[in-house]
Design a protein around this ligand. Structure first.
Ligand code: SF4
Ligand code: SF4
Length: 222
């Protein structure tokens, strides 16, 4: 999923300062899972903004809504009947959601309330970790399900740097050495021979330098 964190309230207040009628818009998908932009976070942020407005004698109408996904047209169209009654939308969607809503409702300013972070996993309550950098050519088979691009601090593809201690990364002892995990898992699956291959440097042209990536699936198109 895509992870995100809420921007500081002062930054949000500065961006929404010109607007007197505001819709705080949540997204019920990834950002709800990472406790940044779901219904609960919308309620908390809207209430904090109302309180701040009241304390500053500002006459602002702040309402709330959460849709299933801010990055999917069918869900965004649920705003069709109501969006014109607001001067702006404060979006608690990820960067993709903010842009998708902006594109469909071009005439309404869509203000981002979150900083979008990374592709990750919910590891524990209140703990999200990055485990994929979206390289466009997944190599998890060769590395027994542990991604060295996301989880090795040096993004090494052909074995460890040699600096790990007690299974921890030399760059950050708080994280396990990805290569220790890769080797342990390959051993467990009796597949260490996968490391005999030399993996060339990653071809980042699939990710960078060709403009925005897209996936076209004709079998999914009407
Ligand atoms: S190799 Fe790593 S970065 Fe690339 S798609 Fe697989 S998990 Fe993601
Ligand atoms: S200690 Fe392990 S995870 Fe850290 S940089 Fe070296 S090989 Fe990568």
């Amino acid at each position: 999923m895509i992870t995100a964190e809420q921007k500081p309230i002062d930054e949000i207040r500065k961006m929404i300062a010109p607007y007197r009628k505001l819709l705080v818009l949540g997204c019920g998908s990834c950002v709800a899972e990472c406790a940044a932009g779901g219904e609960k976070e919308v309620a908390m942020l809207a209430s904090a903004l109302r309180m701040a407005a009241k304390m500053n004698d500002e006459d602002v109408l702040i309402e709330e809504k959460t849709i299933g996904r801010q990055c999917v047209r069918d869900f965004i169209l649920e705003l069709d009947e109501i969006i014109e009654s607001y001067e702006a939308v404060l979006s608690l969607g990820c960067g993709a959601g903010v842009q998708a809503v902006s594109e469909i409702f071009e005439e309404v300013p869509i203000v981002p309330a979150l900083n979008t972070e990374f592709l990750g996993e919910t590891k524990d309550q209140g703990l999200w970790v990055e485990n994929c950098v979206g390289c466009g050519d997944c190599m998890l088979y060769y590395f027994a399900g542990v991604c060295p691009l996301a989880r090795c601090s040096k993004q090494l593809l052909n074995g460890p740097c040699g600096g790990s201690q007690d299974g921890r990364c030399e760059v950050d002892p708080d994280i396990p050495c990805a290569w220790q995990l890769i080797i342990e898992r390959l051993e467990k699956f009796d597949a260490l021979e996968r490391l005999e291959e030399i993996y060339p440097p990653k071809d980042w042209s699939k990710r960078y330098g060709l403009g925005p990536r897209k996936i076209i699936r004709e079998d999914q198109q009407k």
